[in-house]
Design a protein around this ligand. Structure first.
Ligand code: NAD
Length: 414
């Protein structure tokens, strides 16, 4: 992995759009810095009786547009820098999608695969208590991210509720449906990736039928994106996860792969031709969907990319240097803040349902998801065409213009 400061990378993307619209430098000064970053130590009793102290973070990047919102990531390589960049991206994403939120992100440096279920529960509950002073349904609302699940959200919700003395379902999103989780939330990010890909094809007056797609990362986002795109008629010809990669030019059996991952937690136990994990990125496909982690497409490997379009399922999978080269090569990149925004759109719907005590049917949730995504896509498409800029720059312009307007009305306190 390339050792580049992700926060710097996030800032470069912001500067590019700010320059394009001649953003007021006083507003840029605010947007380039996170509002609040909390670092916590988390002592946990392991099952073997020993104590281990983990490190956790929560960054609330901006609350200008509302309470902060963002996922919680458990990963051995997590850094404070990464959490800040991810919180910045959440901020622009919420502004682009017109959601009444600022951006946040958090996580714990840990390898969840090496912890028992009980250890993970204790770690999650301790993390929740340590960040509790800055949590709340109108302050900051966590959601799942890499290696956290609806169960993690249930533990956070329960811990918060125990301390408050009443049950507070609106403190997290992405929780189990029985606790007030929204129908369609689990699938929402992958469904959104598929909807945005479909809109892109429509805008280019092309059909998705038979389009060849490679998906890097077959977790929540990648697996669901592959499923919905195959239902739309596309051919998923290659998939990968941390265990390896599979390829089939005639199209892989996506449902079979999902079952395989549910059973064995990896794709390579599924029958099929295996290829090197990295070479998935270099397949000659119509669409490449990086849906794993950051920095996957970088200066050193970007020339090997043969895909005609890149749709970012993951957050920050393309470095700014790679972005510039892709732009020169006329390979469009549909940026993360648009392509993977389906998750936060339905998280918002889940929060609204929890605050109002209502449960919506899945059709209602999915219809609202599609409406919001299509609207944001059209906005980005139009800005890109009018200003002749890349889609990422267009998406940032849409987002930061809204942020700037908010600051113009609210002013700077005191
Ligand atoms: P997940 O934990 O469900 O899945 C991650 C997948 O990536 C797994 O299949 C893992 O094996 C794979 N992976 C890890 N390293 C890899 C590598 N080097 N090569 C190939 N595969 C690799 O996580 P997720 O929720 O699907 O999140 C994936 C990305 O999408 C992250 O960047 C996350 O921030 C972003 N995202 C997630 C959501 C959401 O709702 N879950 C929303 C927006 C963005």
């Amino acid at each position: 992995m390339i050792q580049e400061s992700l926060e710097r990378k996030a800032r470069k993307q912001l500067y590019r759009a700010a320059k394009e619209i001649h953003l007021d430098s006083n507003i840029l000064k605010i947007l380039e810095k996170p509002m609040r970053v909390l670092k916590v130590s988390l002592p946990i009793k392991l099952d073997n009786g020993r104590t281990k102290v983990f490190t956790g973070f929560r960054c609330q990047y901006s609350e200008a547009r509302g309470p902060t919102k963002g996922g919680v990531r458990y990963h051995p390589d997590l850094t404070e820098d990464e959490v800040i960049a991810l919180a910045a991206w959440m901020t622009w994403k919420c502004a682009l999608l017109d959601l009444p939120y600022g951006g946040a992100k958090g996580g714990i440096i840990c390898d969840p695969k090496k912890l028992s279920e009980n250890e993970l529960e204790r770690l999650t509950r301790r993390y929740t208590t340590e960040i509790m002073p800055i949590l709340g349904p109108h302050i900051d609302i966590p959601a799942p991210d890499v290696y956290t699940t609806s169960k993690t959200m249930a533990w956070i919700m329960d811990t918060f509720s125990q301390f408050k003395g009443y049950t507070e379902p609106s403190i997290v999103t992405g929780k189990p449906e029985i606790l007030g989780g929204s129908k369609g939330r689990k699938e929402a990010t992958g469904r959104g990736v598929a909807i945005i890909t479909q809109e892109f094809f429509k805008a280019r007056k092309k059909s998705l039928k038979g389009a060849k797609i490679a998906v890097q990362g077959f977790g929540n986002v990648g697996g669901h994106a592959a499923l919905f795109l195959s239902q739309m008629g596309a051919k998923i010809v290659a998939v990968s996860d941390v265990s390896g990669a599979l390829i089939n030019p005639d199209g892989l059996d996506v449902l079979g792969l999902i079952e395989c991952v549910e059973k064995h937690a990896c794709v390579i136990k599924h029958p099929g031709e295996q290829i090197d994990r990295e070479s998935l990125l270099y397949q000659d496909v119509d669409v490449l969907i990086p849906a794993a982690l950051e920095n996957q497409i970088h200066r050193k490997n970007v020339e090997k990319i043969k895909a005609k379009i890149i749709v970012e399922g993951a957050n920050g999978p393309t470095t700014p240097e790679a972005d510039e080269i892709l732009e020169k090569r006329k390979i469009p990149v549909i940026p993360d803040i648009l392509a993977n925004s389906g998750g936060v759109v339905v998280s918002h719907l889940e929060w609204v349902q929890a605050l109002s005590g209502l449960y919506w049917e899945e059709e209602q949730v999915n219809a609202e998801l599609k409406r919001k995504l299509v609207k944001a896509f059209k906005q980005v498409w139009e800005i890109a065409a009018q200003r002749k800029v890349a889609f990422r720059c267009a998406a940032y312009i849409a987002a930061i213009e809204k942020m700037a307007e908010v600051y113009r009305y609210r002013g700077i306190f005191p």
